[in-house]
Design a protein around this ligand. Structure first.
Ligand SMILES: Cc1cc2nc3c(=O)[nH]c(=O)nc-3n(C[C@H](O)[C@H](O)[C@H](O)COP(=O)(O)OP(=O)(O)OC[C@H]3O[C@@H](n4cnc5c(N)ncnc54)[C@H](O)[C@@H]3O)c2cc1C
Length: 359
């Protein structure tokens, strides 16, 4: 019997991953994308593909999800943290994240996934949308009604060597953090704010001041970039037969907004659940149960109990991928703090059940 045609809304990381896996399993797949190209939500931003929430290296993890690592990436096993005027190096024994490019340009992770999807015969209908009620998988990215974070920044050319810097200080990002990433003569400077978004411009100006005071950085041809994040304490994975993946399902690290690995993994799990005729909600919750809860406690600790300096101390002294893994996988301390953290995060960020937000 011919397999059903699967319709996907959104040709971003989660939708394309689902498309690749379904096409490989013999399904006819159609993807509708409201923008002119995959990655067009971004403009050449550099982002970190985190390599700590699983024991397996993230690039190997992608390969097991049928994704060719045919995009440009730079591994970082060292980054610098700036806190209260002090700069400290953080060194790991292996890559702790891989910097990738986001956007519609050659070499970006978005274009790589798009090309892999097209090669499998999937039809991607750009500049077209349909009602979410007419699709099998919703992969539309951030739920704008649930935005709690925003980022403002620039991308630029530079002669500076590769470097990664994080800044934790309320003056550069209330509730969030600021960062500088440079790879192969291309840089990205961002302030990512969480909660009160009104002073984002001041935060970014302060970020620039701190960075230019800390290192001698030439910035050529800067372009403004930015975006939003929506964090959810209660995720929506299904509505009738329709499956939600990536940020559309509220899947994003609640502490720092890392969402690429979540998006790809959820697209893969959705495809496998369809292929194997399994319960998607059960499969996705099994994978994300601990990570989502750990994220809620981490955000609570970040904002309430610990401050950035304590985090710096912890990271500096217990620094290993093993420590970070436990920190992202609901360890014993996080389990004890969870009820308190959930209450706090819900109240502070007015995060509600996405079922309500979407209805
Ligand atoms: C400034 C910024 C920095 C970030 N930094 C990092 C980082 O360093 N590391 C990390 O892991 N994550 C980071 N993230 C988060 C990460 O980019 C996202 O979590 C990830 O891209 C989500 O993938 P997705 O498939 O859910 O959505 P997307 O990749 O956004 O794809 C959704 C697609 O759906 C399309 N779409 C939306 N609505 C419709 C519609 N109605 N019809 C048709 N198409 C539609 C969109 O145009 C888009 O192409 C960052 C996000 C921002 C904004």
């Amino acid at each position: 019997m011919p397999k059903k045609t699967i319709k996907i809304l959104g040709a971003g990381l989660s939708g394309l991953t689902a498309g690749i896996n379904l096409a490989k399993a013999g399904y006819t797949v159609e993807i509708y994308e409201k923008r002119a190209d995959s990655g067009a939500r971004f403009h050449g931003d550099l982002q970190g593909l985190e390599n700590w929430s699983e024991k397996v290296d993230v690039l190997d993890d992608l390969r097991t999800m049928n994704i060719d690592v045919s995009f440009d990436y730079t591994p970082f096993s060292e980054f610098f943290g700036i806190d209260g005027g002090k700069t400290r190096p953080f060194k790991f024994y292996e890559a702790i994240f891989y910097v990738v490019k986001r956007g519609s340009m050659e070499g970006s992770i978005d274009q790589s996934l798009k090309n892999q999807t097209l090669k499998l015969g999937v039809k991607i209908k750009y500049n077209q949308t349909v009602s979410p009620t007419d699709v099998d998988i919703v992969a539309t990215g951030p739920i704008t009604k649930a935005v709690v974070g925003a980022a403002k920044g620039i991308v630029f050319e530079t002669t500076h060597l590769d470097i990664a810097i994080g800044i934790a200080d309320t003056s550069v990002a209330n509730g969030g953090y600021a960062y500088l990433l440079i790879t192969k003569g291309y840089g990205c400077l961002f302030s990512a704010v969480c909660g009160d978004l009104s002073n984002i411009n001041d935060c970014f100006d302060e970020t620039k001041k701190i960075i230019t005071k800390t290192l001698s950085l030439d910035i050529k041809n800067p372009r403004n970039v930015g975006g939003v994040a929506c964090f959810a304490t209660h995720n929506k994975y299904r509505e009738g037969e329709k499956l939600f993946v990536g940020e559309a399902a509220g899947l994003q690290d609640l502490l720092f907004g890392f969402g690429m690995r979540h998006a790809i993994k959820s697209g893969y799990i959705a495809a496998q659940s369809i292929i194997k005729n399994q319960n998607y909600e059960k499969n996705i919750e099994k994978y994300f149960f601990k990570k989502r809860r750990a994220g809620i406690v981490n955000r609570y600790l970040w904002e309430k109990t610990l401050n950035s300096r304590t985090y710096f101390f912890l990271f500096h002294n217990l620094l290993s991928k093993k420590f970070l893994f436990s920190f992202y996988n609901f360890n014993l301390i996080q389990r004890m703090l969870y009820p308190l953290a959930l209450k706090y995060v819900k109240n502070t960020h007015s995060l509600q059940d996405l079922q309500l937000k979407n209805s």
